[in-house]
Design a protein around this ligand. Sequence first.
Ligand code: SAJ
Length: 417
Amino acid sequence: MKRICVIGLGYIGLPTASVLATSGFDVLGVDIDPEVVATVNEGGIHIEEPGLATVVRAAIQSGKLHAATTPAPCDVYILAVPTPLTPDKKADMSYVQATAEVIVPCLKPGSLVILESTSPPGTCRELLVPILERSGLKVGADIYLAHCPERVLPGRILRELISNDRVVGGFDSASAEKARDLYATFVEGDILLTDLTTAELVKVLENTYRDVNIALANETALLCEELGVSFKEAATLANRHPRVNVHTAGPGVGGHCISVDPWFLVDRFPEQTDLIRLARNRNDQMPEHVVATTLHLLEGIAQPKVAALGLAFKGNIDDMRESPALAIIRLLMEAGVGVLAHDPFVKEAPVPQAELEECLAAADCLLLLTDHDTYHELEASVAAGLMRHTTLYDTRNMLDHQAWRDAGFSVSVLGVG
Ligand code: SAJ
């Protein structure tokens, strides 16, 4: 059985390492953070993800998964490290570069290197190949290289890791086939083979498609506020057309993927990406719109206080990366508004956080920012009893607004005029 080194024990690497271990491979999970390594070796997890704790515990108990801060010689290296944005919206490839450099001394003829991190098209050939060849081995002749972008949705990672189709791009067909054979041991979806650059583009294109469509939804939602109609109703009706899929409007686009990946194309092709740039900026401007509306709702109130419900970038997860909720809360605080935030999934936040009741106590506006399912159970009458002013601003258009009006609330909804 092959020995596999998975580098980067985050949202993608840890589930991947554990699933490979429970499939019978000997897996070495590598992370630069010694605390993460210690937690994993104890069978614990440092991220919230349904089902992950069970799989990691099983993988560690079986003796098939072991974590360390440095790699060791293995047959396969899976790189699952972050590709964040620099402040000037360029792809920061430093983690991929450092990871590739650190495995160079471990490479031997027959090694297979797989990049899972989402990367600008061209990364594997232009960045990885020259680094890997510092080993004295030639990619395509001595070692294999493939790109197999992760495509799982936070909150459903373990299920999607197994059920989703995978795109595998190979340096050559031998590389693609080797990588396919590895994923075939646990993937139930189809595994589709292509070349390295196409695979890189596919992943970025998927998320750019989402971003541009969400921007269209958000822009139309703003028009609906002017028109005095409901965006949700219009979108639902438009979606009865067999070839239309209008996305959902909201307070902005968060997460490490959709709000980031389109910039990889803009960075690489600044002249040809007007549409992508405009869409990205439209989505990035949504927090300002939410803040402007909230400030309008608070007009005339001395020392206003907002109860911000939801910190994660989307419902039912704890992930706050690029979360519009954080941007909105920070902007409100800068404008002199007191904000207490609540999120049932987030343990530690970079903004003031409290239990739900404390959050709502004497608040002037309930600002709903994340579509956690539990917020459907919010009791309007309970909130009304705690708050100073009964104002609701639902940026996810998810509550039963009539029930809140019946409880005495004045209700504003993003995308409803
Ligand atoms: N959002 C909207 N309107 C929508 C859909 C989403 O405002 O119609 C917002 C969400 O609230 C959230 C953000 O966009 O803030 C992104 O959420 P998401 O659930 O659409 O996507 P992610 O970032 O959790 O996961 C995406 C997925 N990509 C696609 O659906 C094309 C996932 O399959 C990828 O694996 C992941 O990015 C990734 O790793 O790239």
